[in-house]
Ligand binder design. Structure first.
Ligand SMILES: [Ca+2]
Ligand SMILES: [Ca+2]
Length: 248
């Protein structure tokens, strides 16, 4: 089975293939089948099609198929419509999809944001994260480094969730290296782009605009913190960055 994800700025396309991966199904029974594990960034405002493609003749290949009568909310977006390509001889790298269309149910498991985060490293070790601040990222009212609110929902940002599964309370040093003048924050719950609620720590420059640092941030056993990469300036995409989270 080949699994594919397509992305488009409009509901009917043209859609561009942004992922394709194949595996061998563990069963030929009429059950849910799974794609390989994937990491696919999704951007606000874009449309996505999740597809499955095979070359042999199926006898049964869908469950509960229907034309969606209304949009269905999910935790990370909204189901708008179905899409399929009947008797396609190959998996296209780009295609349009007609609408409305039949919906073939899929289950999609997602992380918190485009940049997934990870587990806090054992004491003396480092968790390395990386990403890019781009003009397609969501925007927020970036707080000051003392977590005070600022006007304007106009700074691009990425979120990483880190969880402490080390089995003990820890403190971490968080060091970011930016492609421009970046800004670093730590939240104790997912970010509300319009509110500073949950903001624990922040840092602008350490010691220059090229880096930011937050030191000895406590993270209890089992706790999840959210690391936010952002910028000093509004509406400015500063490109690639790295964040090193060292456990003391
Ligand atoms: Ca980003
Ligand atoms: Ca800065």
């Amino acid at each position: 089975m080949t699994w594919a994800v397509y992305e488009s700025a409009t509901e009917t396309g043209t859609f561009t293939q942004i992922y394709a991966g194949a595996n061998t199904l563990g069963s030929s029974s009429h059950v849910w089948h799974s794609s390989p594990n994937v990491s696919i960034p999704v951007q606000a405002g874009m449309y996505y099609v999740f597809g499955a493609y095979w070359s042999s003749a199926p006898t049964t290949y869908n469950y509960g198929t229907s034309i969606a009568s209304s949009h269905i909310a999910t935790t990370w977006g909204e189901h708008v419509d179905g899409a399929y390509l009947n008797s396609a001889s190959t998996l296209p790298t780009s295609t349009a999809f007609a609408a409305p269309n039949n919906t073939f149910p899929v289950r999609v498991h997602t992380g918190i944001d485009d940049d997934c985060g990870g587990q806090v490293a054992p004491s003396g070790n480092t968790l390395s994260l990386s990403g890019s601040i781009d003009a397609t990222d969501p925007v927020w009212a970036r707080p000051s480094q003392s977590c005070s609110s600022t006007p304007g929902i106009d700074h691009y940002y990425d979120v990483f969730a880190i969880t402490n599964h080390t089995g003990a309370d820890q403190t971490v040093d968080i060091l970011a290296a930016w492609g421009g003048d970046g800004y670093l924050h730590v939240y104790d719950h997912p970010v509300d782009p319009t509110s500073v609620a949950g903001c624990l720590s922040g840092d602008d420059d350490d010691p220059t605009t090229a880096t930011s640092g937050i030191y000895a941030e406590p993270i209890a056993a089992g706790q999840t913190l959210h690391i936010i990469a952002s910028t000093f300036s509004a509406n400015l995409a500063i490109g690639a960055y790295t964040i090193e989270i060292s456990t003391n």
